[in-house]
Design a protein around this ligand. Structure first.
Ligand SMILES: O=C(CO)[C@H](O)[C@H](O)COP(=O)(O)O
Length: 210
């Protein structure tokens, strides 16, 4: 069954916990966004895991170096998954995977900014990562002409476990899952909605209907 991941790109632990409390019944993975972790530190990871022990807590570290060390910090704080940049060297990814194995947790590679996301996804899957995030970041999404269809097409030919992030919403989530993504990541479509719980519920239902 495909998973729904809420990306919490808010700035305080209080805001993040309030949003998670509303949407938790409908999501599988709670992602703590990079700005949130930079603002609040690893304490926000601990707070979220304590509040939602039954959910997978995803720390979007976007690690670029010192993979084992950074991943160990987040896993020790309670994270179930951490991200490492696909643009990082393989040694960084291998280090993070080592920390994940020591904690019984997982590493996700984020392909943001990588020119050939599918090729990199296939390469890093060999390194033991959980799945690869085919990702157009917020800046790329705001570039004229951006379409999530690019990521959907990539997922369909990746042949390895992937998630899609970069403007997932109710109008495209079914296509995301039909393309083979194991996880649909939705940030603004949930935290920016007037009723985040209703938005998450609608996404959940659309995923389950595929
Ligand atoms: O990691 C991120 C940005 O770097 C976002 O959390 C991710 O892109 C999902 O958010 P949205 O659905 O708003 O695009």
């Amino acid at each position: 069954m495909a998973k729904l991941q809420v990306a919490i790109d808010l700035l305080t632990t209080e805001q993040a916990l309030a949003l998670a409390a509303k949407v938790a019944p409908y999501v599988d993975i709670i992602e703590l966004g990079t700005p949130l972790i930079k603002n609040m530190g690893s304490a926000v990871i601990t707070a979220m895991k304590e509040a939602h022990p039954d959910k997978l807590v995803f720390a979007d570290l976007k690690t670029a170096d010192a993979g084992e060390l950074e991943a160990d910090i987040a896993f020790s704080a309670g994270a179930d998954m951490v991200t490492v940049m696909g643009a990082a060297g393989n040694a960084t990814i291998i280090g993070a995977v080592k920390a994940a194995k020591a904690h019984g947790k997982g590493v996700v590679v984020d392909t943001i900014g990588y020119p050939d996301r599918v090729k990199r996804a296939q390469e890093v899957t060999e390194l033991g990562v959980e799945f690869v995030e085919l990702h157009a970041g917020l800046d790329e999404q705001w570039t004229a002409g951006y379409s999530i269809q690019v990521l959907i097409d990539e997922a369909a030919r990746a042949g390895v476990p992937v998630s899609i992030a970069g403007g997932v919403n109710l109008s495209n989530v079914a296509s995301v899952i039909k393309a083979g993504a194991q996880v649909a990541v939705a940030g603004a479509a949930i935290y920016g909605a007037e009723d985040p719980a209703a938005a998450a519920k609608a996404l959940r239902e659309a995923i389950d209907a595929v």
